[in-house]
Design a protein around this ligand. Structure first.
Ligand code: NAD
Length: 284
């Protein structure tokens, strides 16, 4: 897609961070924008901001872990604008901690927030785009954590590997049927966003049970500290919107931001191809 003016972009998780940057860039390019997010305060904040930009936009309070909310987002979009050209399937959260210590609630929380949300977005919006029969684009926000693994956040890797695999396979299926829908999978490294505060916006059904001893443990506290550190020292967000839109123009499938991770992806791939075991000493 090369022309964006007057087209419609839907952004999940658009009230903060990467989604917000994508929405801002869409508006700069003359698009109409629909933002779906669970953060009511954030939605109010960007309503003010986008009004000041004189943008054509709407916000929708949704929880991407609910399929019916994704349907609501699509309905709101079609009722207001009658079409959708780009879907940024972007909302997500982070859950650090060892898999054997994590309460099941945490695992469900990240699976629904990071992976089922992507499935729901594809399942709801692909048929709409297919019926429309125009050039469309879907960007699934995964992470470089979907292309390599590290000891820090196994459940995060699990959902992001799932996202990358899903994006690749759906992309093949769409190509096979000669679809006009193009897909990209966005795999950034650490970026300065509000991701380390995701617990402040948890859906009620995944709320933390503070009586669970896990939340008193060093693992929990260390995990939070690490998430805070890596996000606050990440890449500034300024150029993200521009580079993702450039990738859409170029119909680029894998969108990466941090070249310093390429040797790690190469190391992992070589291990697989050469039958070598991954060794923790690589990270030391
Ligand atoms: N920041 C990074 O370093 C980084 C790196 C790689 C990938 N990512 C991915 O980028 C995406 C965006 O994250 P971010 O870094 O901008 O974080 P962020 O917390 O700043 O933004 C995420 C947005 O998603 C929304 N959200 C969370 N759960 C939701 C739900 N159930 N329903 C609706 N909205 C919900 C939040 O309210 C928030 O506005 C995520 O998928 C994340 O995994 C982030």
């Amino acid at each position: 897609m090369k022309e964006f003016k007057d087209k419609v972009a839907v952004v999940t998780g658009g009230a903060n961070g990467i989604g917000h940057a994508l929405a801002q860039e869409a508006i700069k390019r003359g698009m109409k924008v629909v933002i779906g997010d669970i953060d009511r305060n954030g939605l109010e904040r960007i309503e003010k901001e986008f009004k000041e930009m004189d943008a054509d936009f709407m916000v929708s309070y949704i929880d991407v872990t609910e399929y019916s909310d994704m349907e609501k987002l699509a309905k709101n979009t079609l009722d207001r604008y009658g079409r959708v050209d780009i879907l940024f399937n972007n909302a997500g959260v982070v859950v650090p901690g060892p898999i054997w210590d994590l309460p099941l609630n945490e695992i469900n929380y990240i699976m629904y927030s990071n992976l089922f949300s992507i499935v729901y977005g594809l399942k709801v919006f692909i048929p709409i785009m297919e019926r429309q029969d125009t050039d469309c684009h879907i960007v699934n926000t995964a992470s470089v954590a979907g292309l390599l693994s590290s000891p820090g956040m196994p459940t995060y890797h699990m959902t992001k590997f799932g996202n990358v695999g899903l994006s690749e396979a759906v992309n093949f299926q769409l190509q096979e049927r000669g679809s006009k829908i193009k897909i990209s999978v966005f795999c950034p490294g650490f970026i300065q966003t509000d991701l380390h505060h995701c617990d402040e916006r948890r859906p009620e059904k995944f709320k933390i049970d503070w009586n669970d001893p896990y939340y008193q443990s060093d693992e929990y506290k260390e995990g939070l500290k690490r998430a805070h550190y890596v996000i606050t020292t990440g890449m500034p967000i300024d150029s993200i919107g521009m580079s993702v839109f450039q990738a859409i123009e170029d119909e680029q499938f894998y969108i990466l931001t941090h070249p310093q991770y390429l040797p790690v992806i190469e190391w992992r791939t070589k291990n697989i191809l050469e039958g070598k075991n991954p060794d923790i000493s690589f990270f030391k």
